[in-house]
Design a protein around this ligand. Sequence first.
Ligand SMILES: Nc1ncnc2c1ncn2[C@@H]1O[C@H](COP(=O)(O)OP(=O)(O)OP(=O)(O)O)[C@@H](O)[C@H]1O
Ligand SMILES: [Mg+2]
Length: 338
Amino acid sequence: MALNLDGIIGNSPALAEVFKVLGKVAPTDSTVLVTGESGTGKELLVRALHRNSVRREAAFVPINCGAIPKELLESELFGHEKGAFTHAVRTRPGRFELADGGTIFLDEIGEMDLSLQVKILRALQEKEIERVGGTVIKKVDVRVVAATNRDLEGDVKAGRFREDLFYRLNVIPLHLPPLRERGGDILLLAEHFLSGHCNHKDRRRLGISDQAREMLLTYSWPGNVRELENFMERMSILCDGSEVLPEDLPAKIFEDIGEKPLRRVEELAPPRPAGFAWPTLRDMDDHQLKLKEFMEAIEGRLLDEALEQADGVKNKAAELVGIKRTTLIEKLKKRGLL
Ligand SMILES: Nc1ncnc2c1ncn2[C@@H]1O[C@H](COP(=O)(O)OP(=O)(O)OP(=O)(O)O)[C@@H](O)[C@H]1O
Ligand SMILES: [Mg+2]
């Protein structure tokens, strides 16, 4: 089955590697641990994982373990019985119960208290939970996916995270590379966000000048995709011309780049392999795709490349691949890119 990656932009080799693992693990019930710096798209990826699993029709229940006070987290996760504590005026099911048949997403799992980690381990191993103040044990059928921007292995060594839980969660590790390691994805995303915000504000689509592109490629993006999205929103409001120019970019970018040599757009193109190799059945199998989906994936890559070369100008992109503009638009709509 083709992966439904709606809304996840990028075709860098680093991201392709992530999608490859995603395609293999999504249909299984294995526990997945997603790691990556803040703003790299961990939540987006976990949602895609659920969407591509057999549980897709059942609930997806996220819980941010870092955002809920630790006294309340246990009852949020496992529920409580009436009278279990002062404010427990009525019985309430927890998120594990709500996720029965579906997926629970334990976000920022690294922030969880050691005492609660034991209970999570038990829920994972025994597939059963106990409400706070309860006496009965309930069976739950839940797939667990966790995410963190911390170095959990380091936390295990420092005694801040249980080793047994780490191994139980880390059955399939999925690491999202930081944006600075995704090469041309930076520009794809920049254009995607910029056109989205321009549309939203009903202003003409802004281009990005070559020099500004080089700066975006050279900047280290500590806040990753989220930071890029915010910058592009700002550009869509503050930029006066028809193109984003270096002087429009935030001072933070100039400071970070300093004396660094600028990365050039041309450097991005991967070296062309000698000769041309037609795809083989093995390639289809590697990607776990059937013929129609495989062809669509190839088409998608070519269209993305054409759009990138054409600076997002659809007429030009359509011309590059020899189709009508309207056909191109139809195809982009079908892929959820418009
Ligand atoms: N590849 C991508 N394509 C399109 N949008 C993306 C991509 N990656 C991230 N985003 C967007 O960037 C923002 C941050 O993504 P997300 O919340 O998934 O990151 P995160 O890794 O969970 O961050 P944090 O660690 O801060 O919770 C979201 O608005 C998301 O939609
Ligand atoms: Mg997140």
